[in-house]
Design a protein around this ligand. Structure first.
Ligand SMILES: [Zn+2]
Length: 468
């Protein structure tokens, strides 16, 4: 537990970059009474919370209820007290923020509770501007700026040495947040912006952890873990069981699953003696990150801290996978939505890894852009296999396509309806046509006869892995 306070004279406390996971927390406040100038303490505290919310990416969730700041209950509270929960306030101490932290998987410890006690022995008022004002009559030190300062500690900020900051170690004529304060919050919570976040594809991705990649320190900010890390994002629209395999012969692989705000949900269950790593979890709909990482200190002799890896992602869900945003070959825009999924049980579940003896169905449904409905057009079904592009022809066969072909190969031509449904595979048993193992990325698209070179399609491939 750490203690921070704001005093009339300077006293420095050291902070180590502790922060709230996800960049937000609830704060409980119900301060009774009014200042000498007739303003509510509670209103001033609420304004201070909203000041931090408005100026930074950090988010205080306001809860207007009383919670005892001296009770360790994982709830953040504030009150006027005669001592610091049993210990005397230091001389000239205006207020103290009590912070409890917990170690976590990556990065600095996370804050799990922050409570503020304000010294009730100090005369307080609420006013803007200079602490001493000629001609004005105030009965003490401005409470609003004390609240601002302590709430800065509560979200994880240390004292700022620069005098022009609310987080300076002593109270001053400054009454609002400054650029220094705001930059401090961004330094603490802006780590994801330091790293390239790529959209995850189901199936196989080959990449490497190597010099120039983002490091854990750059991502999490505030510690000294300089191991490399690749960051992938993915969206789930249904409850989904998802499995990650990070295979490598020379890289000591570590997989970490997190939500979109870097709250850690799980990490690899690596088998000893292998450089590879795997992780499986059932997740609710939402936005997630999978982090491909390694150790900053060597753990296994045979494995190092840099090298290539192959990330294989498979899933099983009651619904179709998210196919990402709609895009087009030539930059045209369309509000179309694409739905497609591979099933071996007639639609009870969908996935991307199947056995060669499974009987597979792949049905496609497209909500056509309303401005395209009723026009003469066509559907395109593409399959990417080993870097080759195959397109489905009107006889129902996938045929090789090269980019310099004069004409796209169309799966069907028709006047487009509001919803277009198409069966790409029906009762398809790979083994029956001699396919024992294959990795395919399907894309589905449509176009208009009036612009024959333009195709609207989904950004994320529909992956299928067939294993013996
Ligand atoms: Zn302080």
């Amino acid at each position: 537990m750490l203690v921070a306070c704001w005093v009339v004279a300077a006293v420095a406390f050291d902070f180590g970059g502790e922060k709230w996971p996800g960049g937000e927390t609830e704060f409980y406040f119900a301060l009774e009474g009014t200042s000498g100038t007739g303003r509510l303490w509670n209103t001033a505290f609420s304004e201070a919370l909203l000041d931090w919310n408005g100026a930074t990416d950090f988010n205080y969730i306001l809860r207007q209820e009383s919670r005892d700041p001296c009770v360790s209950d994982s709830l953040n509270g504030v009150d006027f007290t005669e001592d610091v929960c049993g210990t005397e306030f230091g001389e000239q101490t205006l207020a103290v923020t009590l912070i409890s932290t917990q170690k976590q998987l990556l990065g600095p410890p996370k804050i799990i509770e922050a409570d503020i006690v304000v010294n009730q022995g100090v005369p307080l008022d609420i006013f803007d501007g200079n602490l001493q004002q000629f001609g004005a009559r105030f009965d003490g030190i401005d409470f609003r700026r004390i609240a601002l300062h302590e709430l800065g500690h509560a979200l994880g900020l240390d004292h700022e040495l620069s005098a022009s900051a609310m987080m300076a170690a002593t109270v001053s004529n400054l009454d609002r947040l400054t650029e220094d304060d705001i930059a401090g919050v961004n330094t603490l919570y802006g780590g994801l912006a330091n790293c390239t976040v790529r959209v995850l594809s189901y199936g196989q991705t080959t990449d490497a952890l190597t010099a120039g990649d983002c490091t854990v320190d750059e991502l999490t900010l505030g510690n000294s873990d300089d191991s490399f890390i690749d960051v992938y994002s993915f969206e789930l629209v249904e409850s989904t069981t998802i499995q990650f395999e990070m295979a490598s012969t020379g890289l000591d692989s570590v997989l970490i699953l997190a939500d979109s705000k870097l709250q850690y949900l799980g990490f690899d269950d690596k088998q000893s003696g292998s450089c590879s790593s795997s992780l499986s979890q059932t997740l609710d709909p939402g936005s997630y990150l999978i982090l491909a990482n390694t150790f900053d200190e060597p753990v296994q002799e045979a494995c190092g801290g840099t090298g290539s890896y192959e990330l294989t992602v498979t899933f099983s869900s009651s619904g179709n996978p998210d196919l990402g945003n709609t895009t087009s070959l030539n930059g045209g825009s369309s509000s179309a939505r694409f739905r497609a999924g591979v099933t071996a049980d007639n639609g009870s579940s969908f996935g991307n890894r199947f056995s060669a003896s499974d009987s597979l169905d792949l049905d496609v449904s497209i909500d056509i852009d309303p401005s395209h409905v009723g026009q003469a057009g066509f559907l395109i079904i593409a399959a990417l296999v080993d870097g080759e592009i195959l397109l489905l022809n009107q006889q129902g066969h996938f045929v090789n396509y090269t980019h310099n072909s004069a004409q796209l190969i169309k799966a069907t031509t028709k006047v487009l309806s509001a919803t277009e449904a198409f069966a790409v595979l029906t009762d398809f048993v790979p083994a029956e046509v001699g396919i024992e193992s294959i990795i395919v990325d399907f894309f589905v698209g449509y176009g208009l006869d009036s612009e024959p070179a333009e195709v609207y399609f989904h950004q994320t491939p529909l992956n299928l892995i067939v294993v013996p």
